[in-house]
Write a protein that binds this ligand. Sequence first.
Ligand code: SF4
Ligand code: SF4
Ligand code: FES
Length: 256
Amino acid sequence: MATKKAAKKTPKKQTKPKAKVKPKAKAKKVKPEEKMFTIFIMGKAHKVPADATIMGAIEYAGYLIKRGAGCREGFCGACATVYRLPGDYKIYTGLACTTLVEDGMWLTQLPVIPGQRAIYDLDKLVPNVATIQKLYPEVFRCVACNTCTKACPQDLEVMDYIQAAKRGDLEQLMDLSFDCICCGLCAIRCPAEIVQYNVGLLGKRLYGKYLSKKSPELKKRLKEVKSKKFDKEYKEMMTMKKDKLKKKYYARDLES
Ligand code: SF4
Ligand code: SF4
Ligand code: FES
């Protein structure tokens, strides 16, 4: 639920206290007025706080969100939402947990987005354009309309990473799709029926397995883990009190 807006106070009437009123008497509290918007959820009008997120507004209106919500912080991609605004032809997209309501907003539930995903064995793939062609041939139907980029709540250059996939540029595909949260909003708007986030995942996997520079530090650390070097410390942390654990976390060494 969205936090409520700081109370908007109605100015108090300045009246001269009558002689009988004790000087220390408490002034009557003025109930703060909350600004409300009207939004439509599946065709029904609801008054909701003007500063609510879509998710908060749905719950404020009395609906229980059982699916389509996860982190509530804009990270998990579970709450992809489509809406319209009055007098506006466009279809808008956003994450319900981070997008604020607007007056007159129309919200409608959509069925789950069918995110077609290729099945593959990463160990048997070759990191090149032919692999993209074989697993996601629809990538080559991209008409460069840029609708996917406009739909992305993460502000990623979605069309550009699809173009990188077309060229077999796995490094750029990995790089540009790195912050994707797999919400699926790009895919529901794509006229070429491309499921961009799955193409991005393939790029990241191929790059990570075959092309990224191998890290000697990682090799060393894995060896240490296998030799049980940190077992004692892990055990201590697993039984540590929350406050102490928090303190330890914030005091940890960070890479510059
Ligand atoms: S690239 Fe697509 S799936 Fe990923 S965050 Fe952007 S809109 Fe969501
Ligand atoms: S929406 Fe689809 S067709 Fe349009 S640019 Fe994005 S990937 Fe290409
Ligand atoms: S609930 Fe996780 S992104 Fe909205």
